[in-house]
Design a protein around this ligand. Structure first.
Ligand SMILES: NC(=O)c1ccc[n+]([C@@H]2O[C@H](COP(=O)([O-])OP(=O)(O)OC[C@H]3O[C@@H](n4cnc5c(N)ncnc54)[C@H](OP(=O)(O)O)[C@@H]3O)[C@@H](O)[C@H]2O)c1
Length: 275
């Protein structure tokens, strides 16, 4: 088995941390990225792996992170896993709606800034999407990527997770000639620190004993990420797709309107001074 160099964002906790643990146990070289310096340091020390810190609500952090990650010899797998459900609509210091920036713009920026290294390594790029793309995001239309109209935390999150899937498709189509492959997965309903920054029923469900009734463990869920990280494109999975367990997840959203291309252009415009 070839030893892989794997970078996982959002790996100070939850699904990312569980996947980092499993891949390390299997003998791969893992680098973890987290937001909280204390949590990330502790997690990295527990695994014996290098770590980096970035808060995606500051795009300058993402740029610094990319510069740090460029120092590794190769990146065989990049898992864009950082993200989550937010609360009321707020703008980041960069002027973007927070859900969109943390879940979509951050991974777009990191991936694009690392593209030379990823292409050199013939890398696989894995996005952590969500069933929320179908539950709350299927009516995405127009160009309101910053969720200015009819904001709700769930809708913004559902759109962001659908946008992770659209990004995966575009990324794969645009960069497969350079040897890069993109794929996404939905991790199930997982008892992690998810929704800790939101309020109400969902927060209650994830952070009360109720969670043992309807969630799976991070370790179980992380198997989905690990399967894609170790799998071979076009043999084990279809590139550009989104998976639920080992099956392609059918999307309720129909991109007949070409939103994925417009989303790509929009992200490039918003990030033009940083790309
Ligand atoms: N849990 C579920 O049921 C579920 C379902 C569908 C999809 N997902 C997705 O799975 C991914 C991982 O979530 P999880 O369930 O493992 O939740 P988690 O335990 O809360 O972990 C989230 C990870 O993302 C990091 N993160 C959060 N906000 C960030 C920010 N502003 N900048 C940079 N990093 C940030 C966290 O860093 P710190 O801990 O250091 O703050 C942590 O490492 C997310 O993309 C989430 O949307 C989860």
């Amino acid at each position: 088995m070839r030893k892989l160099n794997v970078v996982i964002t959002g790996a100070s906790d939850g699904i990312g941390l569980a996947a980092a643990k499993r891949l390390t146990e299997l003998g791969h070289s893992v680098v973890i990225v987290g937001r909280s310096p204390e949590k990330t340091k502790k997690a990295a020390e527990g695994l014996g792996v290098p770590y980096h810190i970035a808060d995606y609500s500051r795009l300058s952090d993402v740029v610094r992170l990319a510069n740090e990650l460029k120092n590794y010899d190769r990146i065989d797998v990049l898992c864009n896993n950082a993200g989550g459900l937010q609360g009321e609509r707020t703008l980041t210091e960069d002027g973007n709606e927070k859900t969109f920036q943390i879940n979509v713009l951050g991974e777009f920026l990191l991936t694009r800034l690392l593209m030379d290294k990823l292409a050199e390594s013939k890398a696989k790029i894995i996005q952590t999407a969500s069933i929320a793309a179908n539950l709350f995001g299927a009516d995405l239309k127009g160009d309101d990527f910053q969720n200015e109209k009819d904001y709700s935390p769930f809708k913004a999150y559902g759109y962001a997770k659908l946008e992770n899937i659209l990004f995966t498709r575009e990324l794969d189509a645009r960069y497969k000639d350079k040897g890069v492959c993109a794929v996404a997965f939905e991790p199930g309903v997982v008892r992690t620190n998810f929704a800790s920054e939101s309020k109400g029923f969902v927060r209650f469900c994830y952070h009360s004993p109720l969670k043992y009734i309807f969630t799976v463990s991070p370790r179980k869920s992380a198997e989905r990420m690990v399967w894609l990280a170790l799998g071979e494109p076009d043999k084990d999975f279809k590139r550009g797709e989104v998976y639920s367990k080992k099956k392609i997840m059918r999307l309720k959203f129909n991109d007949s309107d070409g939103i994925s291309g417009r989303l790509w252009t929009y992200c490039e415009q918003v990030l033009q001074n940083l790309l």
